[in-house]
Write a protein that binds this ligand. Sequence first.
Ligand code: EPU
Length: 435
Amino acid sequence: MNRAVLPRHHDSPTYPLGVAFQVVGGNRLSGTVRVPGAKNSILKLMAAALLAQGPTTLTEVPDILDVTIMAELLRRLGCEVVQDREAGTVVIDVPAAPGHQADYDLVRQMRASICVLGPLVARVGQADVALPGGDAIGSRGLDMHVNGLTRLGAEVSSEHGFLIAKAGQLHGASIWLDFPSVGATENLLMAAVLAKGTTVIDNAAREPEIIDICTMLVEMGATIDGIGSSTLEIEGVESLTPVTHRTVPDRIVAGTWAVAAVMTQGDITIDQGNSRHLEIALDKLVSSGAMVELLPEGFRVSMDRRPKAVDIVTLPYPGFATDLQPQFIALNAIGEGAAMVTENLFEARFRFVNELTRLGADVHTDGHHALVRGRPRLSGAPVEATDVRAGAGLVLAGLVAEGTTTVHEVHHIDRGYAGFVESLQGLGAQISRVD
Ligand code: EPU
């Protein structure tokens, strides 16, 4: 058994940073790949563990860099965290009185650290979380987190680079979000479960990862109505108990493999992929000419011709996921015809287009629109991943480009995809990790 206690200091990395992936294009991908738990769920489930004293066990934990960072953050709050990478589990033993400070050195590595804000203010009465600052995919505000916590009775201020929230006892409130923000919904939910009285969050996000965290909170003893809808009603309880919870499968990883099947004219069975979480994306792949077969434990995507380019508009769930946008731009880059891709969530997500054009893609961006004219061939070149999904999109392009593509800054990819290279090798891709 590979039972690894995560490193105590962030200067002992468990992943090689600064390395690159070398891809030789041209192979058709086929076979089966298993989807682990979702990055964007596990980080929040780990934060939710703070709400109850004692050992919480999470299963289907992806072996990714972000989990390592979150584990370190929880350790600094006084928790004991043990990850079993082989078994895909993390046990978080939360003390009676956790600390309340999340430092800049961790927050700057992972913006999702902000999700400890809600649980800490609810459980400890104070949270000092370093402000994450800018982000490679655009300026991402925290106003809805702050306004919501204020409505729940917290005093929130910003001092010396920290967002500081303090509260004696939070109380229920009616909160209307300007936008169905995933992070704000999660923080407010995790604060409201221990607040006194009833909280209603309107225009809440409805992503499968939100349903996952709601499910875990209910298992812990919380009372939440409207799970999966845009109105969540939470009746606060005095305390919660630790549980064992299985993480929802990663729909973005599943979608990435689906796009890989289509681009390489391959045939991939995506074990544990939940097709209901990917309805629009799979429908787009069918429009591009792919065959999608639903299976009891996943789905299968196959393709026997050059795909047609497909229009995409990103929106909060159940709309098309922004986290699949770069992968679909890569698909359109080799598609037949032209397509318009509209990005409505993160303005800087088109930054990776400059890299894609180094491979010969024809993409013209204007504000939040990108016009992609498909080309019959791309040609390999060195490129740089600007964020996790951009990195995945560039590797997908490399899989079909002539010659060798070297994708640099792949620590971004390691943040969100467990065993990315090994999974692709297993499907028949010619890809390796190089210094
Ligand atoms: N926003 C505000 N104010 C707020 C909160 C959000 O203006 O108080 C804006 C942001 O600036 C952004 C938009 O609202 O333009 C969406 O932000 P949201 O809060 O919904 O996103 P998030 O919680 O920061 C999560 C995922 C992202 C994913 C988005 C949208 C995690 C750790 N991150 O981010 O995942 O793209 O939801 O689905 O859960 C990724 O995995 O590559 C990734 C970026």
